[in-house]
Design a protein around this ligand. Structure first.
Ligand code: SAM
Length: 256
């Protein structure tokens, strides 16, 4: 028994901070919407703090966990008829391999992979019916930042093209065991029907990469002036001042 407990000690390298706030758990489950919608996939179930109330509401669940010991613990704790545990790095699991159609994603994300997970969700957006995801507060601020603020960046524009992201509520370190150094924010992602309808994803990524190369410099230092002119964008601005519609225009004239 002692050995089993020792094996489940939180592992720092996997960003393991387990949610221990019953009200927050209920709010996350409720934010996912009706019990009979698209299948639910939990990212990083850990010891199952969120898995248990998710199963109560949705009956069935898929969960992707990288930690072998936690995956074994979950298989032992929950019935295989209701919980399918995929023992893997979420970044290597194509969402299309999980279900026939789009899924709802939920998770208290490990902070070290939150940006790559956000990026993956954009790339695989046609497989995402919605998501309720917890991020480090600063990342959630970036996801929902207004142009002209320091938090506004490539992630804001890219994710914002594909999804409407709302910040639902914040949680302090004491909501977790062990307590992290940072605060967290639960976000809800709703697919935008018009996502990438007027602009290609590759072009938008390329324009953002170039535009934000030297954040402190003005756009004309980062982007060829003829492209700025074609898009009707003032090169004396900094990248963070450009609203999403201008990034879209720049991407439209971006060379292929
Ligand atoms: N959902 C649980 C909770 O709220 O108590 C655990 C959250 S903990 C912040 C993050 C979980 O994600 C851990 O269980 C960790 O092992 C797992 N994890 C970390 N990196 C992962 C990855 N790349 N793919 C899948 N799971 C990962």
């Amino acid at each position: 028994m002692a050995a089993k407990t020792a094996r489940l000690r939180p592992r720092k390298r996997f960003g393991q901070h387990f949610l221990a706030d019953p009200l927050a758990l209920r709010r996350i489950v409720a934010a996912l919407g009706p019990a009979d919608g698209p299948p639910v996939v939990e990212i990083g179930p850990g010891q199952g703090a969120l898995t248990a109330p998710l199963l109560q509401t949705f009956g069935r669940l898929l969960a992707i966990e990288i930690d072998r010991d936690l995956a074994a613990h979950l298989r032992h704790r929950f019935s295989a008829a209701s919980l399918t545990v995929v023992e893997a790095d979420v970044l290597g699991v194509p969402l299309e391999s999980l279900a026939a159609g789009p899924v709802r994603l939920v998770g208290n994300l490990p902070y070290n992979v939150s940006k790559p997970v956000a990026d993956k969700i954009v790339r695989e957006r046609t497989r995402v019916a919605g998501a309720v995801l917890m991020f480090q507060r600063e990342v959630a601020e970036r996801l929902t930042a207004e142009p002209g603020t320091r938090a506004f960046g490539p992630l804001t524009v890219l994710v914002g093209e594909a999804f409407s992201v709302e910040r639902l509520f914040d949680l302090g370190p004491r909501a977790f065991r062990p307590a992290p150094q940072v605060s967290s924010t639960v976000t809800r992602w709703t697919p935008r029907p018009e996502a990438f309808s007027s602009v290609s994803e590759d072009a938008l990524r390329a324009a953002l990469r170039a535009g934000f190369t030297h954040r402190r410099r003005t756009l004309r230092n980062n982007v060829p002036p003829d492209l700025l002119e074609l898009a009707g964008i003032d090169g004396s601005l900094r990248a963070e001042a450009l609203p999403p519609a201008d990034w879209r225009r720049l991407a439209m004239v971006w060379p292929r």
